[in-house]
Design a protein around this ligand. Structure first.
Ligand SMILES: [Zn+2]
Length: 163
């Protein structure tokens, strides 16, 4: 994704009140974020353990979402809906976010199973195991990166609603 400034991030949230926007805590080591190797920026609030933030680019502009980790615990170890990593390298939890606009104010939310610390961009960049002789692992990795982009984009678009 393209690099964003802290002001752009703060201004990007589409489902946060003014007070919530002012309370956004930027990721630690903000200056060291490797923008070129990520499809979105996701992090947790250091003080509020169930609060997370997601910023992705949609139609050329950054769109930020406040994310809440819910208590819902899947029975078996689930796969992340975004990176779909089959090796389950980290925990996957249920995140919920308010829809933008009136729907969100009425309490309408969208939920998804995603990596606990939003590790998806790192996960999809691991070379997959050799599935068979001649298997193109680099091409498979590229496909996973593209799939991650489109999964995140679809989610953000869904939350944004018809606008
Ligand atoms: Zn993931």
């Amino acid at each position: 994704m393209r690099p964003l400034t802290d002001a752009q991030i703060r201004a990007s949230f589409i489902n946060a009140s003014l007070r919530e926007r002012k309370g956004v805590v930027l990721p630690a080591a903000f200056d060291e974020i490797a923008w070129g190797v990520r499809e979105f920026l996701g992090w947790r609030d250091p003080k509020q353990p169930t609060l997370g933030y997601l910023v992705a680019e949609l139609d050329g502009r950054p769109v930020g979402l406040l994310m809440r980790q819910t208590d819902a615990r899947p029975r078996s170890r689930p796969q992340c809906s975004w990176c779909a990593d089959v090796t389950l390298p980290n925990d996957v939890v249920f995140w919920s976010t308010r829809r933008a606009g009136d729907a969100g104010r009425r309490g309408d939310t969208v939920g998804t199973l995603v990596c606990e610390e939003f590790q998806c961009s790192r996960n999809v960049r691991q070379l997959p195991p050799l599935a068979y002789q001649g298997y193109d692992r680099e091409a498979a990795r590229d496909r996973r990166i593209e799939a991650l982009s489109s999964h995140v984009e679809g989610f953000v678009r869904d939350v944004q609603g018809g606008r």
